[in-house]
Design a protein around this ligand. Sequence first.
Ligand SMILES: Nc1ncnc2c1ncn2[C@@H]1O[C@H](COP(=O)(O)OP(=O)(O)OP(=O)(O)O)[C@@H](O)[C@H]1O
Ligand SMILES: [Mg+2]
Length: 265
Amino acid sequence: MAQTPVSIADLYDMEAPYVTEYRRLLHRIMNQDREEPVKSVLVTSAMVGEGKSTACCLLALTAVMKKKLKTLIVDADLRKPSVHKLFGLPAGPGLSEVLAEGHDPTDALHKTAVENLHVLTCGRLRENPTEVFDPEAIGRLIDEMKFYYDLIVVDCAPLLPVSDPMLLAPKVDGVLLVVKAGSTQKEVAQRAVQIVDPETSNVLGVVLNNMNHSLPYYYDYEYYHYDYSPKRLLNQRATGKKKPAKEERGAAKKEDSPQDNVARS
Ligand SMILES: Nc1ncnc2c1ncn2[C@@H]1O[C@H](COP(=O)(O)OP(=O)(O)OP(=O)(O)O)[C@@H](O)[C@H]1O
Ligand SMILES: [Mg+2]
């Protein structure tokens, strides 16, 4: 029997500390000191696998769920697209059909399980993504979509291996760079920043990914003697059980947790 794919929206935990961070990030993005509000954001990074697509989807989910913004994700990574997979959607029709076949973009917008969150998926993978990737056309499309959406988050390929994000950066209101803590080398991150032209593009800042692995105590709220998680409190009330004492947890932490393994893989 075919299994229903798990969507990132199902895993999104409104009370998780990372959501608080994304909310802060969104607040900063939306409150930039500039004449025109930031309505389109490109998410990229130096190299592959640093968490661009995940960050893109979490930012969009936070915009809808926490800020009630009507949001569109555009998967402009025509080389290694993954937003459709993260939401359990078909790959097409999507951006490549709009660019290569003149498909009407409004017919290529996919609804997600979350109201007011839509995705323009990558579309069919092409043999010649460089030729299909037209930054001018994508820029026009993003501008058109601003009429229908409060925020447009654009996922893209990495900066060092290909020129797509550098070419698209001037077509959006701001660029976010994902850096994977404990993995992205300093020189590599610096090179990525240099590639984005500050004359034509607006680098909003850096999303530091993988913090839980690099600085595990950063998110240990009880470490600071605060427990802000209503979910945890409700769970305690329901089960009558408190979390184990800090010493016991410390002992448990010494053995590798599954989360730790995930972060390392
Ligand atoms: N904060 C995080 N904590 C743990 N795992 C993460 C985190 N962010 C991303 N990942 C995992 O890292 C892997 C790469 O993430 P993702 O696909 O978002 O990166 P990407 O930069 O878009 O990659 P690509 O360059 O291939 O497009 C995925 O398996 C994802 O689940
Ligand atoms: Mg990706």
